[in-house]
Design a protein around this ligand. Structure first.
Ligand SMILES: [Cu+2]
Length: 294
């Protein structure tokens, strides 16, 4: 009876832990104090990166433990006191072939998934939409060429302007909005110096180079807000040009695109945020006075 109870309590604990895990995963994706390991994956590329990382961790742990064991064995077994007449052997054909071949085999084992990952992350052959990202000193510009061609700038929210729940140094005035589950081709370039568009939980990290367009892709698996940063030193305000992506369902995305197109056609101001679109649906905000909510 007692053992059944303990099994039950273990199952209950596991269930609570799982719920907590998924509840946490539904929150905004950003770094946390004392975080260990990488942020939870939210895209197929990041899933792949995670499993590749875990495989490498096993390989490197085995190698390190093996070398450490060899060192300890050698230090004890062949110490001067235990081994007063050292061997004069300088060559051992089998051993030399082995320590050449085994590392080659290990590298091949690593290279196969490594190249698969490189090619997987490189391009999305059947992308549903395109996002153009331009790095500037010191903010990002986003363009939706196949959604009407509108574009907008995205600046960091200053610390004094942060609203409750907005992360310091990560929140922006205009988030990138993408539909959940859609394959998004991302074209990245820089208009002044080299920047880098980095979104840890989506497995995206690409240089934004002047005079060149880099391509990658992302597919956000679940709704939420995902934070990233510029991670190529680009000047004095390098630390203050974060990236924020909001993944929403297709219907909300389409409404956001409609509003964004209208907004730019009218006065060139920023598009409605997803929060503002939701407020419009509940009637607490009208399309005519969008700036009132800002
Ligand atoms: Cu930068």
């Amino acid at each position: 009876m007692r053992s059944i109870l303990s099994v039950r309590s273990v199952v209950a604990f596991a269930a609570v832990a799982l719920v907590a895990l998924f509840a946490d995963a539904a929150l905004a994706q950003q770094p946390h104090p004392w975080q260990l390991g990488m942020q939870p994956p939210a895209s197929p590329v990041k899933e792949f990166i995670g499993s590749f990382h875990n495989m490498l961790l096993v390989v490197i742990t085995l190698i390190t433990v093996f070398v450490l064991a060899l060192l300890l064995y050698t230090m004890v077994r062949f110490r001067a006191a235990a081994n007063p007449n050292p061997s004069k052997t300088s060559h051992h054909t089998l051993l030399e072939v082995a320590w050449t071949l085994v590392p080659i085999l290990i590298l091949i084992v690593i290279a196969v998934p490594s190249f698969r990952l490189l090619y997987f992350a490189d391009k999305a052959p059947e992308a549903e939409m395109t996002l153009k990202v331009t790095g500037r000193q010191w903010y990002w510009n986003y363009e939706y060429p196949d959604q009407g061609g509108f574009q907008f700038d995205s600046y960091m929210v200053q610390e004094s302007d942060l609203k409750p729940g907005q992360p310091r140094l990560l929140e922006v005035d205009n988030r990138v909005v993408v539909p959940v589950g859609a394959r998004v081709r991302v074209l990245i370039h820089g208009s002044d110096v080299i920047h880098s568009w980095f979104l840890p939980s989506l497995g995206v990290q690409k240089y934004a180079m002047p005079g060149r367009i880099n391509e990658t892709w992302m597919q956000v698996d679940r709704p939420g807000v995902y934070y990233g940063q510029c991670n190529q030193i680009c000047g004095v305000n390098h630390a203050f040009m974060p990236v924020a992506i909001e993944a929403v369902d297709k219907a909300t995305f389409d409404r956001w695109v409609d509003e964004a197109k209208k907004r730019f056609a009218q006065d060139g101001s920023a598009p409605l945020s997803v929060a503002e679109i939701r407020m419009m649906e509940t009637g607490s905000l009208t399309a005519q006075a969008p700036n009132a909510a800002r």
